[in-house]
Design a protein around this ligand. Sequence first.
Ligand SMILES: C[S@@+](CC[C@H](N)C(=O)[O-])C[C@H]1O[C@@H](n2cnc3c(N)ncnc32)[C@H](O)[C@@H]1O
Ligand SMILES: [Zn+2]
Length: 271
Amino acid sequence: MSYLCPLCHQGLTQQHRTWNCPQGHQFDIAKEGYVNLLPVQHKRSREPGDNSEMILARRAFLEKGYYQPLREAVTQRLRQQLSQVAGDVLDIGCGEGYYTATLAEAAAEQGRLCYGLDVSKVAIRLAAKRYSQAVFCVASSQRLPYSDSAFAAVTRIYAPCHAAELYRVVQEQGVVITVTPGPRHLAQFKALIYPQVKLHDSDSQTLDGFTPEEASTLNYPMALSGQDAVALLQMTPFAWRAKPEVWQHLAGQTTFDCEADFNVRVWRKAL
Ligand SMILES: C[S@@+](CC[C@H](N)C(=O)[O-])C[C@H]1O[C@@H](n2cnc3c(N)ncnc32)[C@H](O)[C@@H]1O
Ligand SMILES: [Zn+2]
């Protein structure tokens, strides 16, 4: 599998520490091993995607293991799928690589590669530095730098992506595995932030060009330390809404009981 040039969409070939296209566009491989395929003219902001603060908070939180049940559930789904379909794996919006790491191990068990993509350079730099088992690039999921039918399986864990792009890069018989928040996900945070808590509506999901094949929920309680609760809040969109009192309240807790609630779905490419 090789990358596509984000500027002229022709195939890139690797020469030493750069990826080059026939038109002469060049993309350097960073010392951590990733390639940045997000040209300045495609950047919508100076620091697209999650900012450094959110990414560092995500890494601090994830390495405490609270989301390990989710990581195992997604990796297990991928393992099952890879036993049926040949081809590589892509983790879209992979962040700092917590899930990509075990997805890549599952892929390697079957002689496949796992690619990780995120629009945030800070996230990809951290991911590539820690997890050498996957191949990382900075790029936008709105235009994926991979050829048509490049992947047997794509995971999309809390990340945005155009359905048409997913359809293009997934091979026939291939799958997309998605994780989205379930109705009760972090309900206890919301109760601190909003006067009235609206539960997520999780039943109305569709993915254009794909048929839902399996849907399951994963719900469990987490007893967070005050510090971990602060890190979790920081990595979510609720961070923008939380007043200073909320941050202080959480930081002062010995334990903060909070629910994790995820929807894990497998979608098969429609014929
Ligand atoms: C909520 S995070 C989830 C990260 C990771 N999957 C996880 O659960 O730890 C969403 C990720 O999507 C990335 N992202 C946002 N917009 C993107 C885009 N257009 N293309 C690629 N990644 C994007 C963010 O930088 C962020 O790392
Ligand atoms: Zn080019």
